[in-house]
Structure formats: C-alpha cells, structure tokens
Write a new protein. Structure first.
Length: 483
C-alpha cells in the first residue's frame, strides 16, 4: 500500500495544526505548507535519506549531478559582460564559484533544509550585482554580496517566510514549479542552439536519442545514470572524434590551485577587499529578493520529485542556509548562490533523490574549484550535448508542476490564478527580451530584472492573484460550496 502523500494512490492524510488568526503569526516548523494532499506522478528510486548500495555507484550518481550543474562557466561570463570587466576575471571566478557551490551545498544539505538541493550562482543576484560592479566598483559589489547574504540569513532565521505560507497554496506553488520547467527548457534550448553550428545540433540530437535509449531500453545503473553516461559518451568520446572537444585547454590547465579569501583584492587598483555603500547594497539586494522567491518554488519542486511533504521548516531553514552560502561566496570572490533548478530535473529524470549523493557532489564541486584541470574538462564539452539530455529533465519538471496545480481544487478561481501566473511568467520575459526590449530598458535594473525573470514573475503574480481572488474578492472554493 502506498503511504507516500505525493504519490498516486496514497491514503495518507496530512494533518496540520489549527492556524492562528492573523496573516503574520508564526507557525509550527513541522507544519506542512499545504493543507491538503499533493500528488505527483514522479516516484523516486532512492528517497532523500537512502543511500546507493555502493560508494562506486554513489560517485557515479554524484558525477552525473555535477555534469548538469556546471553553469559557473556560463554565469561567470555573463556577469563579466554585465559588469564590463575584462575576460581575465573569468578563470578565477569560475574556480571560486565551484568552491562556493560545494560549501553552499554542504551547508544546505547538512544544516539547512536537508533536501537534495545543489546551490549554485544565482542568475537573479548576478543580474543585479553586474550594474553595481559597473557603477560602484568591485569592492562595493562584494560588500553588497556579504550584506545581502546576512540579510537573507536573518529573513530565513526569523521564520517570516514560513509564516506567510497561506499566500502560496498548491495552485500558486504548482504554477511556480511549472514556470521553473519552462525556464529549464529555455536553458536546454539555449545550450542546444547557442553556438549555431550544425555539428552541435547533431551532437545534441544524438545525446537526446541515446539518453532515451538508455532510460527506456536498459536497466539498473545504465538506466538510472542515463544522464551521465549519455553526456560522457557523446560529450567527450564522440565530440573528440568529430573534433569538437578541446583537449589543448585541458592539457594547459593546472591540476591544483589553492583558494584564497578576497582573490580580487587590488584588482583595478583598489586596495580594499570590500566597502559598504548603501545604494549599492540596496540595488544588489533586489536580486536577493528574486532569488528567495525562486528558491521557495524550487523547494516545492524538490519535495514533489522526492516524495516529501513540503514543510514550513524547508522554507525557513533553506533561505537561512542560502544566505550563509552567499556570505561565503562574498569572502571567496564568487557569485552569490541559490537553489539550482537543473538538479531538480536530474532527480525527476533519474529518481535518485538521495541527500548523500548531493553531498558527495558538493565535495566534487570543491575538487573542481581546487583543480582547474578537472573543471576545464567539464567546460570543454559542447553545451549542446548537455542541453540535449537536459531537455528530458525540463519536461519532467514542467509536468510535476502541473501535477501540483491539478491536485488543488479545479474551479474557475484556481484556473484563473494558475493561468495568469504561468501566462505572465512565460510571455512577459519573452516580450521584454524581444519587441519590448526598448521598454524594458527604461525600467531600471530592478524593473528589468523583474520583467525578464520568469520565476520571480510566477511567484509574485501567483501570490497577488491568490490574495485578490481569495481574500479581497472573497471567492470561495467550489469544492467547499458543494459541501
């Protein structure tokens, strides 16, 4: 008999304490975020507290995680472009970002919400920090990173976010998870078509088909590790054969390099590792707000694909841990970290939800940061190969969100809440980056970040629509009306 409240056929009733009156009262951290049973079609092979049968298999699964979550190479370059910095900054920042990923992931999985969540460079925060660095300089940016991390830690520890959970029912959170699936699909397609080279499209197609073959025609390790195997075979072996893997860069990279605090001290003639400027801190913290909202959705998606009840403690402890990881990032000279959507896709696709696997992956990230050569081996694989495999994960995330949405009451109000949140989350960024780009550029750094951030939009629009429909206009659930 299935007693998992997130799986079809479950007969387990989630009991929650009586809510105290008032919007901002504190709640029991063990209380579930939602008041009713949530179902999803994804069933994990290994739950968060289980371990693979052998350490060798653990290493295989963990390596698979790192192959998909190696986007420091992408975000470091994006940040340098936004900040107007020289390309010489990129190699150091790549290594520091890997170190921050490892430390942040260990903090989250050991001391934070203890879900199998990978922490990595935050696109929301870096898009806010780029203009800060360009206008106020590197020291001001690092000051904003550190203060932002302290504020995020305080927000999580204060339990404020958990206390307002009534504004994020399943229909809202499911919409956010669906939006995350669209974002993951965008990442996948960007990697597939980014270079525009026909050979990369062919490699992406081969990786996609090979991944499907391993998943559906093979069993055991071959099926469970289909992401890793398909990426290695196509991304290294076949890419080498067709001349698309750059072994020269791998050979030139060092095997080992010790990290140091504030590696950019003295960069550009500056003498201080960081300074605190109020406007710079405020501008940078807008990115932290977007990151917090994204993470709330990521936690829900992670719980859904792991077969876990989404509890108030996951929000509070998770955000506090993320803030601590961002403080470490600032000290190491890395981009601030947040929960990674890509890892949710890996769990959804493989069924490997073991927190221990994620912790081993965190140690690997540390090794990548200490070994430029290992990191370069990942960087030299064509992005299209990873994108072809990740397309499978993106689709599974998307439909896990739809599962959560339809688990709530199907009525006009909820359909309107979800449809509006998903519609705005998908189409507003599309408009703001195409025909509406000129308009988006007039909104300032925060406004531009908002209208181009699908997850931020999904969270805010979903919450606002829920408040308007359920609390301002007092629309009752049709399910309640029937009773």
């Amino acid at each position: 008999m299935n007693n998992n409240p997130l799986q079809p056929g479950s007969n387990k009733e989630i009991k929650t304490p009586i809510r105290p009156k008032g919007f901002f009262k504190k709640y029991d951290p063990e209380q579930t975020v939602f008041d009713k049973e949530i179902k999803t079609s994804i069933k994990p092979i290994l739950t968060i507290n289980e371990r693979p049968k052998s350490f060798g298999v653990t290493l295989l699964y963990a390596f698979q995680v790192t192959l998909v979550d190696f986007t420091p190479f992408i975000w470091a370059g994006a940040f340098v472009a936004l900040a107007g910095l020289p390309d010489s900054v990129i190699p150091i920042m790549i290594s520091t970002c890997f170190l921050a990923m490892g430390i942040g992931t260990l903090i989250q999985t050991i001391l934070g919400n203890r879900l199998p969540i990978v922490q990595g460079p935050s696109s929301s925060v870096l898009t806010a920090m780029g203009p800060v660095a360009a206008i106020y300089g590197f020291p001001a940016m690092w000051g904003a990173v550190i203060v932002g991390g302290i504020l995020e830690t305080f927000i999580g520890a204060s339990r404020l976010l958990g206390s307002i959970r009534k504004f994020i029912p399943p229909v809202v959170t499911g919409s956010v998870v669906t939006a995350i699936g669209f974002v993951a699909a965008k990442i996948s397609l960007t990697w597939i078509f980014g270079s525009g080279k026909p050979i990369h499209l062919v490699l992406a197609l081969i990786a996609f088909l090979f991944a499907l073959f391993l998943k559906f025609k093979c069993k055991g390790i071959l099926s469970n590790a289909f992401v890793l195997i398909s990426v290695l075979v196509v991304g290294v072996l076949i890419s080498t054969i067709v001349g698309e893997y750059d072994w020269a860069k791998v050979s030139a990279a060092q095997w080992f390099a010790m990290p140091k605090l504030f590696p950019f001290k003295g960069f550009g003639g500056t003498t201080k590792p960081f300074v605190f400027i109020g406007i710079a801190i405020l501008g940078g913290f807008t990115g932290y707000i977007g990151s917090i909202f994204e993470s709330i959705g990521d936690y829900a998606a992670t719980c859904a694909v792991c077969g876990e009840e989404y509890k108030v403690k996951h929000i509070n402890k998770g955000i506090a841990a993320e803030g601590a990881g961002c403080i470490v990032s600032g000290l190491l000279g890395a981009l601030p970290v947040t929960s990674y959507t890509q890892n949710i896709g890996i769990i959804a696709a493989t069924g490997i939800a073991s927190r221990f696997v994620t912790q081993v992956a965190a140690v690997m990230f540390l090794l990548y940061g200490l070994s430029p050569k290992l990191a370069m081996m990942l960087a030299c694989m064509p992005r299209s190969v990873v994108g072809g495999v990740f397309a499978i994960s993106a689709s599974l995330i998307m439909f896990s969100g739809i599962d959560v949405v339809i688990s709530d009451t199907r009525d006009f109000a909820n359909n309107l809440i979800s449809g509006t949140a998903i519609g705005f989350a998908v189409m507003l960024p599309f408009y703001a980056t195409t025909t509406g780009a000129k308009w988006a550029n007039t909104l300032g750094s925060f406004g531009k970040m908002y209208v181009t951030n699908s997850i931020f939009i999904a969270v805010t629009v979903g919450i606002v629509m829920n408040i308007l429909i359920r609390y301002v206009f007092n629309a009752k659930s049709e399910e309640n009306d029937k009773t």
